[in-house]
Design a protein around this ligand. Structure first.
Ligand SMILES: [Zn+2]
Length: 429
């Protein structure tokens, strides 16, 4: 299903959602197919981006004056419910295109009744008018240019419903069956914590905010340094010297004012980790030192919250999801911290500026999937990306039954710090 969709060069060749087979087959074929229709606007002389047709249509001005004169016109809105919620022509009856064949007898028992059908731009309603004509309705026409042309002509429409207005920003999410209004509402109510507003946290935070994740917590005790700007895209040159939490909050407010940003301009340590982590549903770990990674993983396992781990160095990055009690935790993967000399920080080793973009966005993607409960999260799998080779590799990783945190007989019941192993995280990924 998806592969076919991906190969389709023009998305709008796909017939409108909800269109019945009968409507699709007859009118599309009779008029040269939907493809033909969609190509035509380029040649259109009307300047409105829609084709000239000889179909049964009425212009917005003509319809407006007929309504004003009090003529008996049955207006049928054939759009989907979400579209109608954004505003409709007053007095219209709502019958989605897919239901029209089934419901027309009840809505218009008289086949001679003057019917004006409309949709967004006049495509679906034209099909519907042609189809009703074939079914014996002698006076069914389509509003040319749809409600969009009607609005442009200054004619009245009903006020959008508040919840519909709010969801307008997320229209491309709402259109995905796996997300829809329900999924988007879930995202707007969800809470994600970002540990570190650095290279990984930057793209993750921006995409999560854009996607409408309602509350984003950011913990970072660092200030913006000029050497961060090569990759930490949430921070701007004008914000050098500003706390990273404040700088990130400023950017996210610009990206999406719907999002509530909770900032913690402090270091995540054993004494505050459990309480802060426990306020969120998913944690994105974008820090670049073993000490904090163990601490975040431990806190997430103890709180039963998934931890989306990312790390980067030079041209390579990796990402995995720690789902407590389901897959391995960070201690299962790395029972002992590597000695500092074996794990140089970004400040020492360097990192390709675009690399955290790839890994941070993978982390954000996993977080969104976890929040929505869709797809297969990277649990028990470690995805490694080699930028120079342009290659992804996946490794299976297993839970350690003897793990002191998530094993069968856990010994670690409270958090501890790993300062002894702390790598200087001047670049925070
Ligand atoms: Zn473990």
């Amino acid at each position: 299903m998806y592969s076919r969709f991906m190969r389709t060069p023009h998305r709008r060749i796909v017939p409108p959602a909800g269109e019945s087979n009968a409507l699709r087959d007859t009118s599309a074929t009779a008029r040269g197919g939907v493809t033909e229709f969609e190509k035509m606007p380029e040649r259109s002389e009307s300047g409105t981006g829609r084709p000239e047709t000889n179909g049964p249509e009425i212009g917005p001005g003509d319809l407006g004056s007929r309504i004003d004169r009090g003529e008996d016109v049955l207006l049928i809105d054939v759009r989907e419910r979400d579209e109608v919620a954004l505003g409709a022509i007053p007095g219209a009856v709502h019958v989605p295109l897919g239901d029209l064949g089934r419901r027309i007898d009840e809505v218009a028992p008289e086949k001679s009744r003057r019917i004006v059908l409309y949709c967004a731009v006049g495509m679906r309603s034209l099909y519907a008018a042609l189809e009703l004509g074939r079914a014996g309705y002698t006076s069914a026409v389509s509003l040319a240019g749809g409600i969009e042309a009607w609005k442009r002509g200054g004619h009245p429409v009903t006020e959008p419903r508040p919840e519909a207005r709010r969801l307008l920003r997320y229209d491309r999410h709402v259109r995905i069956p796996e997300i829809g209004r329900e999924g988007q509402t879930k995202l707007l109510r969800s809470r994600v914590l970002l540990v570190g507003a650095g290279g990984l946290g930057s793209p993750a935070a921006i995409y999560l905010a854009a996607a409408g994740v309602g509350t984003i917590g950011i913990i970072d005790d660092d200030v913006v340094d000029e050497s961060n700007l090569q990759r930490q895209i949430i921070h701007k040159t004008r914000n050098i010297g500003m706390p990273k939490t404040e700088s990130a909050e400023e950017t996210l407010a610009d990206v999406n004012p719907d999002v509530c940003v909770e900032t913690y301009p402090e270091r995540l340590v054993s004494s505050n980790a459990r309480e802060i982590v426990g306020r969120y549903e998913v944690v994105i770990d974008g820090c670049d030192n073993f000490g904090t990674k163990y601490l975040v993983s431990d806190a997430c396992v103890l709180a039963g919250i998934p931890d989306v781990l990312g790390s980067i160095s030079r041209f390579e990055g990796q990402v995995t999801v720690i789902q407590p009690r389901v897959g391995p935790c960070y201690r299962c993967l790395y029972p002992e911290p590597a000695p500092p000399e074996m794990a140089p920080s970004c400040a020492d080793a360097g990192v390709l500026g675009v690399l955290p973009g790839v890994i941070g966005v993978l982390q954000a993607t996993e977080a969104v999937k976890l929040l929505l409960g869709i797809g297969n999260p990277l649990v028990g799998r470690l995805l490694q990306y080699d930028a120079l080779e342009a290659r992804f590799r996946e490794f299976r990783v297993r839970r350690d039954p003897a793990c002191p945190v998530c094993g069968e007989e856990p010994t670690l019941k409270s958090l501890e710090d790993y300062d002894a192993f702390r790598v200087d995280d001047a670049c925070r990924s």
